[in-house]
Design a protein around this ligand. Structure first.
Ligand SMILES: C[S@@+](CC[C@H](N)C(=O)[O-])C[C@H]1O[C@@H](n2cnc3c(N)ncnc32)[C@H](O)[C@@H]1O
Length: 272
């Protein structure tokens, strides 16, 4: 199905306005490929019809499907482990000793299908420095369909490929075939809600966090959207709270509000 240049620009602006994700001109094919099929599935005649449906039919579930098609939900357990080890082995024991929170509050703000927050929950339960600590993890994403998968917590080979054997044995149950179900204890530590990082008023509902992670999503945003997200996250943290972005990402040119520190070759940001 053909996507006219003008319709592409309208689509791009609509996606940017709703999600902060910026699709450059060079990626017109991306919209064409990812959404072309959806137009056929909806038995529509053109991209213009689909855009009209999304804009004016107040169809939230179709908007969610569209987000699901255009976002990259790539994630897996124990991703960027070096950084998570710094979080669980250094940052959290320090918070525990200095701030002594009754319940430690962590927010995985682009959690995708849940592997990131569940990994942190398991690591906190396993590490002798944090075992026994009371914690709760809020996990959120733009896409309702990835959140449904996160709540169901059944994972295939790709997701679990880096899970150490002792964790696999202790926290997962093998289902028929190659799928694994995460146990209820770990699942009970994480609460999933839908939050668009660009929705400043919804972001304001999250407060008093000790740690916020926003990993491997800022790369899809332009500078203006990044500033909006990072400002909201700053407000959601307690004074002295910590902020982690993806290991290949940077806050250079986005904000100077956080104090960066390097621990075990990993950059962590702290609300001053
Ligand atoms: C590549 S995944 C990263 C998952 C995990 N943080 C990790 O590092 O493995 C990026 C996630 O960001 C979500 N996302 C994209 N735009 C978003 C927005 N505006 N608000 C909230 N989540 C968003 C996508 O739906 C996707 O699940």
């Amino acid at each position: 199905m053909e996507l006219k240049d003008e319709t592409f620009r309208n689509f791009r602006d609509f996606i940017y306005e709703k999600s902060g994700i910026y699709i450059p001109d060079t990626k017109k094919y991306f919209i064409e490929n990812r959404l072309g099929k959806r137009i056929e599935e909806n038995k529509l005649a053109s991209f213009d019809d689909y855009l009209y449906m999304l804009k004016y039919n107040n169809n939230i579930s179709e908007l969610n499907v569209m987000f699901e098609r255009i976002t990259t939900n790539e994630t897996f357990f124990f991703r960027e482990l070096q950084q998570l080890e710094v979080l669980v082995g250094h940052i959290i024991p320090k918070i525990k000793a200095e701030l002594k929170p009754a319940t430690l509050r962590i927010w995985s703000s682009a959690s995708s299908t849940g592997e990131e927050p569940y990994t942190i929950a398991m690591m906190l339960m396993e590490n002798p420095k944090t075992a026994g600590i009371k914690f709760e993890i809020l996990a959120s994403d733009l896409s309702e369909s990835v959140l449904q998968k996160a709540r169901a917590a059944n994972y295939g080979q790709y997701s679990i490929r880096n899970v150490p054997q002792n964790y696999l044995k202790k926290y997962f149950k093998q289902l028929e075939g190659t799928n694994y179900a995460l146990n209820t204890e770990v699942r009970s530590k994480v609460k999933f809600v839908q939050i668009n990082l660009l929705d400043a008023s919804k972001m304001r509902t999250v407060r008093d966090m000790d740690v916020v992670l926003c990993r491997n999503v800022l790369i899809y945003f332009d500078k203006k959207a990044k500033i909006s997200v990072v400002t909201s996250i700053y407000e959601s943290l307690k004074n002295g709270g910590h902020f982690l972005i993806g290991m290949a990402e940077s806050l250079h040119d986005v904000t100077r509000a956080f104090k960066p520190a390097v621990i075990d070759k990993t950059v962590v940001y702290q609300k001053a």
